[in-house]
Design a protein around this ligand. Structure first.
Ligand code: GAL
Ligand code: GAL
Ligand code: MN
Length: 344
């Protein structure tokens, strides 16, 4: 009797062992290596070498211990209900982030559109970006313009380059702003997909006044509009006509995002721009245009495809909104403009 049990137990154990072996033999253990450990490739299996940890730039990097029982900021929300971080001054350690992104060799694209009279903004935009945007990282500017000769030939720092892309401008400023979605989308699939890992899309009528670096990067990010961060949903200037593709009902909406700054991985920015362009074309076929143009469609996208990171209004400030105490830094600021002079 006991012999029978022994045979069964042995058979069962043998089965268990071969089952486990069968399922684990081809597993790529390298996949489970926590970033930023280095792995050594030895055929199909990758083995972590603890020696190599010493080569990590994070090895013996000393910094203040994160305190789980203390919030880095108590005056503002620093993570959304869907657990996306909201980037404010004082919520991140730039040294750690810089090392992580250097290790990945992140290539960062910046797209900007300089059409018709927006030429007046581009010199300050680029000069200030050289000083404050992604310092120390690989940057590729993509300047889309209807007038190549109007783009200044500025000296770029090491690891940074610029490409001027000739496009034909639309007459109405509303079309200029909205068509950016299509142009970005198409240029991603034509070219950018092979040149950069992340793409940051900005308006030209902005000036960098303070640091903007890799803390902004993530799969897909949006910036909270400086005019609405304390407002109720009903105050958001979303498109409210239910027959528009940009429609957001008054009892929906998380934040009001600005149209002047968004980005993410090139793949994610492709999806975003594709959605916004298609929504705009749907409305165009009905002869309508959402209230705030591309910004309205972007807000619609972010409502149903939540951004994985949000940037506080520090990242798209407008002095029209004064100086609230929660805004400790004004990193990127709208350049005051004479609307009639730049838009006609
Ligand atoms: C304004 C801004 C516009 C648009 C609008 C939304 O402050 O200049 O571009 O974002 O808010 O209500
Ligand atoms: C304007 C801004 C334009 C565009 C528009 C909203 O205030 O100057 O560049 O962003 O709002 O689509
Ligand atoms: Mn603008």
């Amino acid at each position: 009797m006991a012999g029978k049990y022994l045979v069964f137990t042995c058979l069962f154990l043998a089965f268990l062992l071969s089952f486990t072996w069968y399922h684990l033999k081809d597993r790529d253990w390298g996949r489970y290596t926590a970033f930023p450990c280095q792995t050594e490739n030895t055929g199909s299996n990758s083995i972590i070498s603890h020696e190599r940890l010493k080569d990590s730039p994070l090895h013996r990097m000393l910094y203040e211990k994160p305190d789980l029982l203390k919030l880095p900021r108590t005056d503002v929300m620093i993570a959304t209900p869907w657990q996306a971080p909201i980037v404010w001054d004082g919520t991140y350690n730039l040294d750690i982030l810089n090392e992580l992104f250097h290790l990945r060799g992140a290539r960062i694209g910046l797209s900007v559109f300089v059409i018709r009279k927006y030429k007046v903004f581009i010199n300050d935009f680029l000069q200030s970006a050289e000083e404050f945007f992604m310092a120390g990282h690989k940057v590729h500017y993509y300047v889309f313009t209807d007038d190549v000769s109007g783009i200044p030939n500025i000296t770029l720092k090491e690891g940074r380059n610029m490409e001027v892309v000739k496009i034909s401008g639309y007459k109405r400023w509303q079309d200029i702003t909205m068509r950016r979605m299509q142009l970005i989308r198409d240029y991603i699939s034509q070219k950018l997909i092979n040149e950069v890992d992340y793409l940051v899309c900005l308006d030209a009528d902005l000036k960098f006044m303070d640091h903007i670096g890799v803390e902004i990067l993530g799969d897909v990010f949006g910036v909270i509009h400086p005019g609405f961060f304390g407002e109720s949903r009903t105050a958001f200037t979303h498109e409210r006509r239910n027959y528009s593709a940009g429609y957001i009902p008054e009892d929906e909406g998380d934040f009001y995002y600005t149209g002047c700054f968004f980005g993410g991985t090139v793949e994610e920015v492709y999806k975003l721009t594709n959605f916004c362009h298609n929504a705009m074309m749907e409305d165009k076929a009905k002869n309508i245009e959402a209230l705030w143009h591309d910004e309205s469609y972007l807000n619609k996208y972010f409502l149903y495809h939540k951004p994985t990171k949000l940037l506080s209004p520090e990242y798209a400030w407008n002095d029209y909104y004064g100086s609230p105490v929660v805004v400790k830094r004004k990193r990127l600021v709208h350049v005051p403009k004479d609307y009639n002079a730049v838009r006609d």
